[in-house]
Structure formats: C-alpha cells, structure tokens
Design a protein around this ligand. Structure first.
Ligand SMILES: [Zn+2]
Ligand SMILES: [Zn+2]
Length: 156
C-alpha cells in the first residue's frame, strides 16, 4: 500500500499541517471505517497524550474539508474513511457491524434514480447493503455455541 503524502493533502485543502492532523489522517487511512475511539487509540499510540476533544476537532476539520468521509449506518457509531469522492457504498453486517466498501454501481452520485423526485434536485442516494458478513455466516452455520464467536475479527 502506497501512503499518500498527507502533508500535501492538507495543504491542498488549505489546512495547516499539524502533527495531530497528520496522525489522524494516517490512522483513518490505515484503518478504514474506524470509529472515533479506534482513531483516538491509534493517534495516541503515535503521538502520546492527545485529548478526545482534539481528535474530534481534527476529524471534524478533515471531514468539513472533504479529506475524510464520515459514515454512520443506522444504529452504529460514526465511522471515518479516507476514501472520498467516489460515491462508494457500504455493506454492513447486522451481526458484528463489520463494514466493507462497494464501488458505486454507476460511478457517480446519485446512482439511484428516484421513482418520483417530487421536484427535488437529487444529488445523492445513500445506499447501505445490510446483511451478514462471511465470518458471521460461517460462525452461525458451523457452531451452535454463539459465545465463542470473535468480536475482534478485522474485516479489512
Ligand atoms: Zn459479521
Ligand atoms: Zn468505505
């Protein structure tokens, strides 16, 4: 995996290059769909003591600048990813909450045409595919002891 030049990414978005911003951007890039606590954990491993609020503030600044995308499937905590601008969608596991990327079927927003737009100018259709991930499907079909199912499995 080639690591983008995050300093250049920040400068292009007219954001000052700071260590917390670089650390948050790196964490989001390396851990797609991470929630805030996960991002904070990685940033702290990288920089040492950083407050929750500082990380929240950086995430908001990066999201506002369009460098980071915030997604929030119904019932889940907000997740962040650095894959932006391609209108990709997400598969979400109802059982463990694993999230996977799905390319936009059309390639640009909105990829679904409303059957009746009621005069609205539609610029985006938010598509979430809900279901069961392969790990959870395998766990429920091969095991009757539900409690051994690992919740720490990475789905990336
Ligand atoms: Zn699952
Ligand atoms: Zn994604």
């Amino acid at each position: 995996m080639t690591t983008p030049d995050f300093a250049a990414v920040l400068r292009e978005a007219s954001l000052r290059v700071t260590k917390p911003r670089l650390a948050v951007l790196t964490a989001v890039h390396e851990h797609p769909h991470a929630d805030t606590d996960t991002v904070i954990g990685h940033v702290r491993a990288d920089l040492g003591a950083v407050s929750h609020q500082a990380v929240y503030d950086v995430l908001r600044a990066l999201t506002d600048a369009g460098i980071v995308r915030r997604i929030q499937p119904a019932g889940a905590t907000a997740r962040y990813e650095s894959r932006v601008g391609d209108n990709h969608h997400h598969l979400v596991c109802r059982s463990c909450g694993a999230i996977a990327d799905v390319d936009c079927s059309v390639g640009h927003a909105p990829c679904l045409t409303a059957s009746d737009d009621h005069g609205f100018v539609v610029d985006e259709a938010e598509v979430v595919y809900w279901g069961t991930c392969p790990d959870c499907a395998a766990a429920s079909s091969t095991s009757t002891t539900d409690h051994i199912r690992s919740t720490t499995t990475s789905h990336q």
